[in-house]
Design a binder for this molecule. Structure first.
Ligand code: PLP
Length: 469
């Protein structure tokens, strides 16, 4: 099936599904057929009396997407955006509309795109651990001293870390909510990494987060589209948003600044400009193709959880002759491979050579690529998670930057790594990918001096060098 559906792999072990997964052949075939036979028009050009084909496709695709997460359209709305980052920025834009500003709390494991929100908050605080977070949730701190003034609170965290795949508790939104009677408090749950290989159940809207950001290409490989899912009972924050774009107003005056935002559907009021209709058609095809090939995210979760456990077992067992581990795996102590509740299908590590020096993460990535294994190496867009895992303080990071080094580059002295290597699985991964990576590491980094050099022969630049000499 993989050979037929993913011809672009062509013998490659692709292990960067957390970066993006790959589109199947059946998806691109059905999309290409649909694109040729569907007359897509600008949805804003439709006659009000009858929805156009385009509007019907957009509406039914919104519904199909909600269905994947057991989210009732009675309680949730889908807003189409460019990617997860755009979804986050849309929420930010709403909160910026509060005259008194907003207070922002974010978990250490947040993706860079969530960290950036703090720059526009009235005040912000990083919750540096789960314990910190739970203490904060329980203490009602969001109601007291530090939160004086009647600013709303926005609390953001990822359902899964994009750095090491650790999964965070989904119970936090309901612990924040009791404060609502005193003060406005909202949860933005970033599910971009989580839903790529896990089901998400929003059937109980009362315990659900208020805003969910996701990137659809991470689930389906195509289209390059994102979504913001909004709990309707929190939709009113978008009334605060000041900007309006094309298609979102009922009436405007231009010479005097007045406008009336569209009422009814939230998507009508905040999806600025022409919606990505061709991408939405592709999403419709993607949802069907994914179901056909994999039977849904529960199946994908079982499969990828198992693969990640296989890789963890193999890599953690690799030892140098003196007994030292070859791979230093950045697993959170609270997570367990094989347990989908605490750990996603991602494994992040660094390699220490038999001589006791760190191998640069970028070198591991390059050599793996030469051996037809696609990994992510360097930085992971998760600055808090990385700094914590590598034991780097803020001062150290700023010193390194001052010395000319950028995010994800390795230390020249190799005393500590500052990049990482990440392997992540997707629906189309197989055990052969696990074995290929384990074999590659064994062959390239484990042997004595002579064999280590023989490992270097796999390198493209080494072969080029040999040929020229
Ligand atoms: C990938 C990712 C993002 C950013 O997604 P974009 O599509 O690049 O905007 C945000 N958060 C997490 C957890 C991610 O994995």
């Amino acid at each position: 099936m993989r050979k037929i559906q993913y011809p672009m792999l062509n013998g490659m072990s692709y292990l960067d599904h957390a970066g993006t997964t790959l589109p199947s052949k059946v998806l691109s075939d059905t999309f290409s057929e649909q694109l040729q036979t569907t007359l897509l028009a600008n949805p804003h050009s439709a006659l009000a009396s009858s929805p156009s084909v385009t509007q019907e496709i957009v509406a039914s695709t919104r519904l199909s997407l909600l269905q994947i997460f057991n989210a009732s359209p009675e309680h949730f709305e889908v807003i189409f955006v460019a990617n997860a980052t755009a979804a986050i920025k849309l929420v930010l834009e709403a909160f910026r509309g509060y005259e008194q500003g907003f207070d922002y709390y974010y978990h250490r494991d947040c993706h860079t795109s969530l960290v950036g929100v703090r720059e526009l908050a009235y005040q912000s605080r990083c919750l540096a651990s789960d314990e910190d977070t739970e203490q904060w949730l329980d203490s009602g701190h969001h109601l007291t001293e530090e939160m004086e003034g009647n600013r709303p609170t926005l609390f953001a965290y990822p359902a899964q870390s994009n750095m090491n795949g650790r999964r965070l508790p989904l119970s936090w939104p309901q612990r924040l909510r009791p404060s609502l009677e005193h003060k406005e408090a909202y949860v933005l749950l970033d599910v971009a990494a989580f839903v790529s290989t896990s089901p998400l159940d929003l059937s109980d809207h009362k315990t659900a987060p208020d805003f969910l950001s996701l990137s659809l290409y991470k689930i389906f490989g195509f289209p390059d589209l994102g979504a913001l899912i909004v709990r309707k009972s929190a939709a009113h924050v978008f009334d605060k948003r000041r900007y309006f774009g094309g298609g979102t107003t009922d009436m405007i005056t231009v010479e005097q600044p007045w406008f009336a935002r569209k009422k009814g559907c939230l998507s009508d009021a905040i999806e600025d400009g022409t919606s990505a209709t061709h991408s939405i058609l592709a999403l419709k095809c993607a949802i069907t193709a994914h179901k056909e090939l994999y039977g849904g995210l529960s199946q994908v979760s079982k499969h990828t959880t198992w693969l990640a456990e296989q890789l963890y077992d193999r890599l953690s067992a690799l030892r140098h002759t003196d007994g030292r581990p070859v791979c230093y795996i950045y697993k959170d102590p609270k997570s367990q491979y094989g347990d989908a509740k605490t750990q996603g299908a991602t494994l992040t590590f660094n390699i220490m050579s038999h001589k006791g020096v760190w191998v640069e993460s970028l070198e591991v990535g390059n050599r793996a690529m030469a051996a037809k294994i696609h990994l992510r190496s360097g930085a992971m867009c998760n600055p808090g998670g990385m700094a914590h895992a590598l034991g780097m303080t803020g001062e150290e990071i700023r010193k390194l930057y001052a010395a000319g080094r950028l995010c994800g580059q390795d230390n020249n002295d190799r005393s500590t790594p500052s990049g990482m290597v990440r392997a992540s699985f997707g629906a189309c991964s197989t055990l052969s990918d696990v074995l290929a990576l384990a074999r590659f590491i064994e062959k390239s980094f484990m042997a004595d001096g002579n064999e280590l050099r023989s490992g270097y022969r796999d390198c493209a630049h080494y072969q080029m060098f040999k040929k020229r000499n």
